[in-house]
Write a new protein. Structure first.
Length: 447
């Protein structure tokens, strides 16, 4: 039996587990209306309800592929201990991002002083709980708190997580009070560094992003929550240009699925999305058992299909899955020499072409590196499946090997290669383009 491949578990860097109970209850209104409902829910929490309900949330995270979570926790000290117990029972690694709250919110969120907050943090650390320093926001923490929290986090080499630039109103209030934008204030208070994670940053401007880059800080994006709350769009290209690291969080847990966070992220920012699917029957069986959906059906349900999506292999895709690909304008990457080497099966070529699904090729495991052989193998599959020798025109095959791949990778231009018409493999050939795919190796190509 083929061993299951392993990938690193997903890490949920920003979670408010109690907000899972708001799923489906708070549609309509803006962020601030949602916040009022959230505060009512928070007020009703107890250590017993946290212990009981967080287990279910963390199990849902675990089932979705998250193996570690940062719980951004502002419900109280005993409730923090209960969250740690719930995580241990659910089998998920926890970092308790215990929140400092000086003003605003509700009474249970707040500590009487920054010293009182640090005493709570020390108690949690003494109890063996992994913690991070977490000033809730520049709204919730005054400047002297931020300065002390930045100093403490640096001295003890702890992560520091903070909400910033999620909403325009937050920025306006910060400018009015401090004449600085939120991330500028965090920088001025010594809260930016290599262990800092700024959550959201959806409305960060260029100077704030420069500050994050200079400090080596990262940004946690929570796309499904940010979409649900109408927060706005993270300026992804500007972050990537500055090499600011990114991570993801489920935040309010309106939806718990790391692939959907990535799918939402890719769609919002017009990024390419490539994913293996339907390569092996066992993969399909496991997906059906866990989700009641086949792999491509699950990708569609999670918002991962679109015109910038390339599904790799799809050798065992059924008719409904192919319909979903066609409707989304997604493409399929065939890797015929690897699929033959691994016994993956045959891509249903004719059914893809019938639906107008675009194709490209890949060398995948690189068991053989020859684009002409990939195309010849693809053509051979189509011929054997159909009993016809005219499934692909030569120009169409060559386009699959070039323009199809460029489209899948978002390339507008790429270098040409020359064909050595004097090569022995083309000796005596009249139609060299037909002969390329029919009987030549990559040796006839000159780069």
């Amino acid at each position: 039996m083929q061993e299951q491949p392993r990938i690193p578990g997903f890490v949920n860097a920003h979670c408010h587990a109690f907000q899972r109970a708001l799923r489906g209850r708070t549609e309509g209104g803006d962020f601030w209306a949602w916040r009022e409902t959230m505060l009512e829910l928070a007020a009703a929490q107890t250590s017993e309800s946290v212990r009981r309900e967080y287990v279910d949330v963390y199990r849902e995270l675990r089932a979705a592929g998250y193996t570690a979570v940062g719980e951004f926790h502002y419900l109280g000290l005993e409730e923090g201990r209960a969250a740690a117990e719930a995580a241990a029972e659910a089998g998920i690694e926890l970092v308790l991002l215990h929140v400092a709250y000086a003003r605003g919110g509700i009474e249970r969120f707040r500590q009487e002083s920054v010293a009182a907050y640090l005493r709570e943090l020390e108690e949690l650390r003494a109890g063996g709980i992994r913690v991070g320093v977490a000033p809730h926001s520049v709204r919730a923490c005054p400047r002297d708190w931020l300065e002390e929290l930045g100093r403490y986090a640096a001295e003890h080499e702890l992560p520091l997580h903070v909400h910033a630039d999620e909403q325009p109103r937050e920025i306006d209030e910060c400018l009015a009070k401090h004449d600085l934008r939120p991330i500028e204030l965090l920088d001025a208070c010594g809260c930016l560094g290599a262990r800092t994670t700024v959550v959201h940053a959806t409305h960060a401007d260029g100077h704030e992003l420069d500050l994050l880059a200079a400090a080596g800080a990262r940004v946690c994006t929570c796309p499904t929550t940010e979409a649900n709350l109408g927060d706005g769009f993270l300026p992804v290209e500007r972050l990537l240009h500055r090499r600011i690291p990114l991570c993801i969080g489920s935040d309010s847990n309106v939806r718990i699925y790391p692939l959907e966070e990535l799918g939402q992220y890719a769609a919002e920012h017009e990024l390419l999305l490539h994913v293996h699917a339907d390569e092996q029957p066992r993969e399909i069986e496991e997906c059906l058992a866990e989700h009641g959906l086949r792999p491509i059906e699950l990708l569609a349900a999670c918002g991962c299909l679109g015109p910038r999506t390339t599904v790799v292999h799809a050798t065992h895709a059924d008719g409904h899955e192919l319909d979903l690909l066609a409707a989304a304008g997604a493409s399929v990457c065939a890797c015929p020499t690897t699929e033959a080497n691994l016994g993956d099966g045959f891509l249903p070529v004719e059914r893809l072409l019938h639906r107008g699904i675009d194709l490209c090729i890949g060398s995948d495991s690189n068991v053989r590196i020859d684009p002409l052989e990939e195309l010849r193998e693809l053509d051979g599959i189509a011929r054997r499946q159909s009993g016809r020798r005219d499934v692909f025109a030569v120009d169409d095959l060559l386009a699959i090997g070039s323009a199809g791949g460029a489209q899948a990778l978002g390339l507008e231009s790429w270098p040409d290669v020359a064909v050595d018409l004097k090569h022995s493999q083309l000796a005596g050939v009249e139609d060299w383009s037909s002969a390329l795919v029919a009987g030549c190796s990559a040796d006839v190509l000159v780069t």
